[in-house]
Design a protein around this ligand. Structure first.
Ligand code: SF4
Length: 582
């Protein structure tokens, strides 16, 4: 089976030099989140800014990658341009398997290329740098088309990462597009690529994957495959997908609308998961190695300006993008939401941050805090044309207003006013107005993500206001997710991959010792991530909570501000404890 250390491909962009090294101990880090933070400890520059050329951009897979279903994610570790602190972003697509077949557990990219460059990674970590200066300025779609010609080999296994103008223009939240429909979305990994003049990365290895002999592995694989495909544990992700949550959250008055001025609207019927499925759904697709296929692709039919012809485009959709480009902007037509998603995709921005930033701009516009002198076009809730134009202005940093908004909503609000209604929880909010525990979890959580811990679920399922119990839940839920993201599995599969099941998976591959101490390993990963976050400047007590969040009313009634403040204080204390130097 795999070696006890990781095989890490080190790449220096100025010189094109590369080497495969043995790094760390699988039984200590497992891979993914653990390996990424261990690599940042070894090669990162905690005190230097995100765009220091020698800051590493890290991609890591896990010990279980390729061996079991849904072990299909990659962890990207980097210093974020959004807050200049250590960050992680996760993506699927074909990248995890492509890295496995290239023979690399991780890639560490340092330096800045002399000109816009595409990086090819092949079998055994073979590296090729291609001058693509003619792609600089091209959008994500045009870049993809040309990359397929530049790297024609291994189309079946190939994984393609690219950035758009937003990454080149150094927005705070440019994403990396992975295989068209997946993303390293949040906190600006695409901006780090842009700062390195790295337009694209194409991974296409052909090494084999040696499966273990004996019955234990086969039995374990068959049982997991059965649970994934023959039970209803994951069925909902394939059917309507996460978009099925729109209508229930709207009914519970927990769906942010029009910059969180409302939490429910009867117009939900125009953009519910059911409507998207009935009116737009073309097909579902999947990350490599996943039999579920939760990626929903809608068909967008648009008339060319000035003539009678139509173009058809395939656009991925999901709960969070519909929230950010739909309800937050007051758009209530599925086709209009797809139009906007397509535009954001082209520019290469994180849709959640871009949508929430534009929602703030629309409210500020309506209040006269900003005008067309800043926005260049009218921004009115429910009117798609203005938002479509604004997406281009935002993604290309068209003027000083959009340049600041592209650094983060609070940065624009600090300059123009309107901080009270900036919907920012550490970064632009995710689509849950469920209450105090979620607002605490996202505002202070490691990735400022709804996926750090299930605070939204806690709000919906737990009654009472026990601060200690809620914070203990957040800490423990984060720990268990650190385990899965070190392996590196899809978080949708967390009901299948319980801790005992992960232990059996590792044991079936010959990692019995690691399988026996998963609790300790995941705690160490959790603590190492927090240590690095604090070492790069994070102070959880300084994260602001804009007034808008205390004005929310949902099915439970008004937000209990003293409870929310007590939760944030206690969770900040727990984070400080987790991040204490070892
Ligand atoms: S469930 Fe969806 S996101 Fe998760 S691995 Fe499968 S296709 Fe990818």
């Amino acid at each position: 089976m795999a070696e006890s250390s990781f095989r890490v491909l080190m790449i220096q962009l100025e010189t094109g030099e590369s080497k495969l090294i043995d790094f760390g101990d699988r039984a200590q880090w497992l891979g993914g989140s653990g390996l990424a933070v261990a690599l940042y400890q070894a090669y990162g520059l905690p005190d230097a800014p995100y765009d220091d050329p020698q800051q590493p951009l890290i991609f890591a897979i896990g010990t279980l990658t390729g061996y079991f279903p849904l072990m299909s994610k990659v962890i990207c570790g980097f210093k974020s341009p959004y807050h200049n602190q250590y960050a992680e972003s996760h993506a699927g697509g074909r990248l995890a398997l492509a890295l496995r077949f290239s023979g690399c557990d991780a890639v560490v990219i340092r330096g800045r290329a002399p000109q816009p460059t595409a990086l090819g990674i092949g079998t055994g970590g073979a590296v090729r740098l291609v001058d693509v200066h003619y792609l600089w300025g091209e959008d994500v779609f045009a870049t993809g088309k040309l990359l397929r010609r530049i790297f024609p080999d291994d189309a079946g296994h190939r994984s393609m990462l690219r950035i758009g103008p937003a990454g080149e223009k150094q927005l705070g939240y440019a994403c990396i597009n992975v295989d068209t429909y997946r993303h390293f979305g949040r906190l600006g990994a695409g901006t780090v690529m842009g700062s390195k003049l790295l337009k694209a990365i194409v991974v296409g290895g052909e090494a084999g994957l040696q499966l273990p002999g004996g019955q234990a592995y086969n039995k374990q694989y068959a049982e997991i495959h059965r649970q994934v495909t023959a039970t209803n544990l994951l069925q909902k992700y394939h059917d309507l997908g996460t978009a099925e949550n729109l209508a229930p959250l709207n009914a519970a008055k927990a769906l942010p609308w029009r910059n969180l001025q409302q939490t429910s609207d009867p117009a939900i019927d125009g953009i519910s998961g059911e409507t998207f499925a009935a009116q737009t759904l073309l097909r579902q697709t999947a990350c490599a190695g996943c039999p579920i296929g939760c990626i929903h692709i809608g068909m967008l039919r648009e008339q060319f300006a000035g003539d009678s012809h139509f173009q058809y485009r395939e656009v991925g959709y999901d709960y969070e993008p519909i929230f950010a480009a739909g309800t937050m902007l007051g758009l209530t037509n599925a086709g209009e939401v797809l139009t906007l998603l397509d535009e954001v995709e082209k520019l290469g921005m994180d849709i959640m941050s871009a949508g929430v930033a534009l929602a703030w701009a629309a409210e500020a516009f309506s209040k006269g805090v900003i005008s067309e002198s800043e926005t260049l076009v009218p921004l009115v809730f429910g009117e798609v044309a203005g938002f479509k134009a604004a997406v281009v202005h935002l993604g290309t940093a068209a003027n000083e207003f959009y340049r600041l908004l592209g650094q983060g909503t609070l940065k624009a609000a600090a300059a123009y006013g309107g901080e009270d209604y900036a919907c920012v929880l550490g970064q632009e909010m995710a689509g849950y107005a469920t209450g105090e525990v979620f607002f605490t979890a996202q505002s202070l959580g490691f990735r400022h993500s709804h996926l750090d811990a299930a605070g939204y679920s806690y709000d919906q399922t737990q009654s009472g206001k026990d601060v200690e119990k809620a914070v203990a839940f957040l800490v423990e839920d984060e720990r268990s997710r650190c385990l899965l993201t070190s392996c590196v599995g899809c978080l949708f599969a967390r009901k299948v991959y319980s801790e005992p099941v992960l232990a059996e998976c590792l044991q079936s591959l010959g990692w019995s010792e690691a399988g026996g101490r998963l609790d300790a390993i995941s705690r160490e990963v959790q603590q190492a991530r927090w240590r690095m976050r604090l070492a790069t400047g994070y102070d959880p007590r300084q994260v602001p909570l804009p007034r808008r969040f205390s004005e929310v009313k949902n099915w439970k009634g008004e937000i209990d501000l003293p409870y929310l403040q007590a939760l944030r204080g206690a969770y900040a204390g727990a984070i400080e404890k987790l991040g204490r130097p070892a």
